[in-house]
Design a protein around this ligand. Structure first.
Ligand code: AMP
Length: 255
């Protein structure tokens, strides 16, 4: 097939990725331990509302495919060459990969008015810890909404209310404490004991991500739970994701 004929075909197939982008299979609901976000060599900054509670905070609710979407990328590479394909794929499905949709509607910016009744709860449960922005958690929520929420098929308020409801239904801080896993500078916990506590306490396995503290030690950083497409219930994860914690033990740093 000549390039002149093939180009419109490939482009239209790639553009259809963008309109299909709201089609996904499940959500990753990602929470993070603030002591581990802050306890790295980079540190953190508290939001303008003050130091958050010593509780897991929401990072995001991310639509995800059960299988990565790779076909269009391969076709485009074959026909257009690496650079053009990368540019078009980047516009259609995002730079970091094709395993989830992202930035589905840049015109749909988060409106404070839409989530005004959730502000207090969001400030408690979804605080920013970044030093880069203004210190307003709204900036973090706006970023998460733009990148992930616009692909969720949910209205703005429903998206944030759903994340808060899933968090409230399975309080990770309490679940871990119930298993004797509490923030400590001296204790170390086996990764399997953390996994088991979460599986027992929520009824579903979760994926764990660790990071390294300023001293190089592994710390429990983020917990990935899988949630149905309606953003209501935890589900068994359609994808097996290897635990991103090297080593057998982790710290849960005091916050
Ligand atoms: P995402 O692109 O949704 O995977 O989110 C990654 C971005 O979120 C990175 O820029 C992180 O620095 C930022 N991020 C993660 N946790 C927090 C937090 N608690 N407060 C502010 N930004 C965060």
């Amino acid at each position: 097939m000549k390039l002149v004929v093939a180009l419109p075909l490939v482009l239209s197939s790639l553009l259809s990725v963008s309109s299909m982008a709201k089609d996904f299979d499940f959500f990753y609901f990602v929470q993070q331990w603030p002591g581990s976000f802050c306890g790295t060599s980079q540190g953190c900054c508290f939001p303008d509302t003050g130091k958050p509670a010593a509780d897991f905070g929401i990072h995001g609710l991310w639509p995800n495919y059960a299988r990565c979407q790779g076909r269009q990328g391969l076709a485009a590479r074959a026909m257009l060459g690496e650079d053009v394909a990368a540019a078009v794929i980047s516009a259609a499905v995002g730079r970091r990969g094709k395993c989830w949709p992202e930035y589905c509607d840049d015109g749909n910016a988060l409106r404070p008015w839409a989530i005004r009744d959730l502000f207090k709860s969001l400030e408690q449960n979804w605080p920013t810890l970044s030093c880069k922005g203004s210190g307003r958690s709204f900036e973090f929520w706006s970023y998460e909404w733009k990148k992930h929420g616009t692909c969720s098929n949910l209205e703005q308020r429903d998206y944030f209310a759903s994340a808060l409801a899933v968090k409230a239904a399975h309080n990770l801080t309490e679940i871990l404490a119930g298993a004797g896993i509490v923030p400590s500078e001296s204790e170390r916990y086996s990764v399997s004991s953390v996994s088991e506590a979460i599986a027992q306490g929520t009824g579903f396995k979760a994926n764990l991500e660790c990071n390294r503290g300023a001293d190089g030690e592994a710390q429990l950083f983020q917990v990935y739970q899988c949630v149905d497409k309606e953003a209501k219930q935890l589900i068994d994860c359609p994808l097996s994701m290897p635990t991103k914690c090297r080593g057998d033990t982790v710290k849960l740093p005091v916050f």
